[in-house]
Design a protein around this ligand. Structure first.
Ligand SMILES: Nc1ncnc2c1ncn2[C@@H]1O[C@H](COP(=O)(O)OP(=O)(O)OP(=O)(O)O)[C@@H](O)[C@H]1O
Ligand SMILES: [Mg+2]
Length: 259
């Protein structure tokens, strides 16, 4: 195994009217090639800020991000955001093909790739629909399909299922785990859900309350392919509970900060 992406001592300070705000502080993370790393931390601890730094959208105030030799910067279209970031004026197929179009892939080829991902995420029949004709879950599938269709070396996902109802979320969790097991991309995945992190990830990295830094991490030993049924086993429950016990104090601290 080799390290695909590494963040060392990443700190981000924003200026505000009341003085500097540390959004993330001295955070370290390294992901192996093909590893599914989940980041879990209390609200406002700096997860989205960190992911934006990894994606090159904002620069760190100090610390650095290095990609494996030969790896270019992570292109923006390889990020899946907290809210669906798809173009309302483009059809499903054109949204999914967008990154390929930007890279100069010819129309016939990008249509073929996009249609293949449309099938894989269960949107067959909706290729020519517009986002306003889709439910929230369907829009999120479009975002996920677009990210995978780009065939990126690294995927950055910021609570991609966070806005969905619980049942749609379960269906998409299973789908995502299946897609990843087929493609084995390096994924850095932010989620509030410990269960989701344990179901999907190889490793769960915990962040402290604001300003976020490394709290601890847990390896997830469960075999793949994984299915939702795993969540009903005692081993799954024990690991999820151990993670919660470790995180609980940080979550409470974050809630007090907000009072
Ligand atoms: N552009 C900005 N200017 C000033 N402060 C910011 C900016 N962006 C983020 N922050 C602050 O940095 C901290 C971390 O924000 P961030 O959005 O990264 O947290 P998060 O962990 O993603 O939260 P959530 O779980 O709610 O999505 C927060 O205190 C936030 O108010
Ligand atoms: Mg966030």
């Amino acid at each position: 195994m080799s390290i695909k992406i590494k963040a060392a001592g990443v700190t981000k300070v924003f200026a505000s009217r009341t003085g500097p705000v540390y959004a993330v502080r001295n955070f370290n993370l390294a992901a192996e090639e093909g590893e599914f790393v989940c980041i879990v931390g209390p609200s406002g601890c700096g997860k989205s800020t960190f992911l934006r730094i990894l994606g090159g959208l904002i620069a760190p105030s100090s610390g650095e991000v290095t990609l494996a030799p030969g790896g270019a910067q992570v292109p923006l279209q390889n990020m899946v955001f907290q809210e669906y970031a798809i173009f309302p004026w483009k059809t499903v197929v054109d949204n999914i093909a967008f990154g390929l179009e930007m890279r100069g892939v010819q129309k016939a080829e990008r249509q073929e790739i996009a249609l293949d991902w449309i099938r894989k995420v269960g949107l067959a029949g909706f290729a020519n629909s517009y986002p306003y004709q889709l439910s929230g879950g369907m829009k999120q599938r479009v975002s996920i399909a677009r990210a995978f269709a780009n065939n990126p070396e690294i995927l950055l996902m910021d609570e991609p299922l966070g806005a969905l109802d619980a049942q749609t979320r379960v269906v998409l969790q299973e789908e995502l785990v299946h897609l990843w097991e087929g493609a084995r991309k390096t994924i850095i995945y932010v989620t509030h859900s410990i269960e989701e992190a344990v179901l999907l990830g190889d490793r769960v990295v915990l962040m402290t309350a604001h300003p976020g830094t490394n709290k601890s991490e847990f390896a997830v030993p469960f075999e793949r392919p994984r299915q939702f049924a795993l969540t009903s086993t005692p081993e799954f429950g024990q690991l999820a509970y151990a993670i919660w016990k470790d995180l609980e104090g940080e979550v409470k601290q974050a809630m007090e900060q907000q009072l």
